[in-house]
Design a protein around this ligand. Structure first.
Ligand SMILES: O=C(O)CCC(=O)C(=O)O
Ligand SMILES: [Fe+2]
Length: 349
C-alpha cells in the first residue's frame, strides 16, 4: 500500500513504489525499479578533481542509518560527499515523497536502499517549481545537426519507427506515468545477465541497428555490445511535462561507464551542451526531434554537461538561416547506460 511520507531528508523525493528489491537484507543487490522526482541538480561533476561539489549533489547524502558504515547505494558515488555537510539542500523547496510503505514492513529496518532515518526533514528539490510557469526564455537557437563535440552522435535522419516509438511510449506511460501527480523519473537497474523490460530491450535493439551505419565498430560496440566484464545495463526513463527540464550535468562517474544512448519519445526538446572546462568548446543547444536518438561517449560523456532548460518552448534553426519557435509537448526520454563493473551490487556481496 502506498502512503504519503512526511519527509525525506537530502534525498530525491523518493516516490512511489520500489519494485522487486531482491532482499531487504545484506547483501543489498540491485533494485530493479526505483522511482523518483527528478532533481534540478543531477549528477553534475567537476572533472578537475573528480570530486563532486556538494552543491551539485544535494541529494547524494542518501539518508542511510548513520551507524551503518558500509552503506552503499546506487546513488552514492564518492564518499567525500558524505563527509561534506551537504547543507546545500536548503536551497531547495519541499517536496513530499511517497514511498513503498507496506504496513507489514518494519519502519526501523533501515536496511534497504530506500529507508530513511526516522525524523528526517523533507527538503529536496523538484525538477520544476510547483507553479511551473514557463521560465528561462530561450536565448539560444538550437541547432538541428549534431554539435561538434567529440563523441557526440546524433541521428534524426533515421528515427525510431513510429510504430515502435508509440508503442514503447504508451507502455511506459501506462506503467510508470499514469498518475498526474506521480513521479517523473524511473530508474531501472539490471544484473549483468538480465535484460531490461521487453519494450526497452526492443527499443535498444532498434536504436542499435539504426546507429550501426553511422558509427565506427568501436563506438558501436562501446554503446551497444553486451559486455563480458560483468557490466549491467541501466535505463532511466524521464517524463517532461511542457516547461520542465533537467539541470545540466554529467552522468555519475563512479557508477556508470562510458557509452550513453538516449531516445526522445513523444515531443522533442532542445538539449543544452556545455564544456566543463571553459574555453574547451562552445555551449550550444541541439534540437532533439521526436523519435530521434543521441549517443555520448568519450568527451561528450565526460567533458561536457548536458541538460534541458526548463521552459515551455524552444527556438530552433529553420530554413535558410531563419529560426522557428517550437512549443514543448510532453516528452519521455529513455537513456541507456552501462553500470561500471560491480556497480550494480550495493553493500557487501
Ligand atoms: O531527457 C534526456 O534526454 C536526458 C536525461 C538525462 O540526461 C539523465 O537522466 O541523465
Ligand atoms: Fe544525463
Amino acid at each position: 500500500m502506498l502512503k504519503r511520507k512526511a519527509s525525506v531528508q537530502l534525498s530525491p523525493s523518493k516516490l512511489d513504489e520500489v519494485v522487486s528489491i531482491p532482499g531487504n537484507k545484506r547483501p543489498r543487490l540491485t533494485p530493479i525499479i526505483t522511482v523518483f522526482e527528478r532533481r534540478p541538480a543531477l549528477n553534475v561533476v567537476d572533472l578537475d578533481d573528480s570530486a563532486p561539489s556538494p552543491l551539485e549533489y544535494p541529494w547524494m547524502e542518501w539518508p542511510w542509518d548513520d551507524d551503518d558504515d558500509d552503506v552503499d547505494s546506487l546513488f552514492d558515488e564518492l564518499p567525500a560527499v558524505r563527509d561534506n555537510p551537504a547543507g546545500t539542500v536548503q536551497a531547495f523547496g519541499n517536496v513530499e515523497g511517497v514511498v513503498n510503505d507496506d504496513d507489514d514492513e518494519e519502519e526501523d529496518e533501515v536496511d534497504s536502499l530506500f529507508d530513511e532515518p526516522a525524523g528526517s526533514q523533507a527538503t529536496c528539490p523538484s525538477a520544476v517549481p510547483d507553479d511551473a510557469a514557463p521560465s528561462s526564455p530561450a536565448t539560444i537557437v538550437a541547432r538541428r545537426t549534431a554539435a561538434p563535440i567529440p563523441g557526440l552522435y546524433f541521428d534524426d535522419l533515421c528515427p525510431v519507427p513510429e510504430e515502435l516509438a508509440s508503442s514503447v511510449l504508451a507502455q511506459l506511460t501506462a506503467q510508470y506515468f499514469s498518475r498526474p501527480d506521480g513521479p517523473n523519473q524511473i530508474m531501472l537497474f539490471t544484473r549483468p545477465s538480465d535484460s531490461l523490460p521487453a519494450p526497452l530491450d526492443a527499443l535498444l535493439a532498434t536504436v542499435s541497428d539504426l546507429f550501426r551505419p553511422s558509427l565506427s565498430k568501436e563506438s558501436h560496440d562501446l554503446l551497444f555490445a553486451p559486455r563480458g566484464d560483468g557490466c549491467a545495463r541501466q535505463a532511466i526513463v524521464n517524463r517532461y511535462a511542457p516547461g520542465e527540464g533537467i539541470a545540466s550535468h554529467v552522468d555519475l562517474l563512479g557508477r556508470y561507464g562510458d557509452g550513453i544512448v538516449g531516445v526522445s519519445l513523444g515531443a522533442g526538446c532542445a538539449m543544452a551542451f556545455a564544456p566543463l572546462e571553459e574555453g574547451k568548446g562552445d555551449p550550444c543547444e541541439m534540437w532533439l526531434p521526436p523519435r530521434s536518438m543521441i549517443a555520448l561517449e568519450g568527451d561528450a560523456r565526460y567533458k561536457w554537461t548536458h541538460g534541458i532548460a526548463a521552459r515551455s518552448y524552444d527556438i530552433v534553426q529553420g530554413e535558410n538561416g531563419s529560426s522557428e519557435r517550437i512549443e514543448r509537448g510532453t516528452r519521455v526520454s529513455v537513456t541507456f547506460r552501462w553500470m561500471l563493473p560491480g556497480a550494480h551490487v550495493v553493500g557487501d556481496a
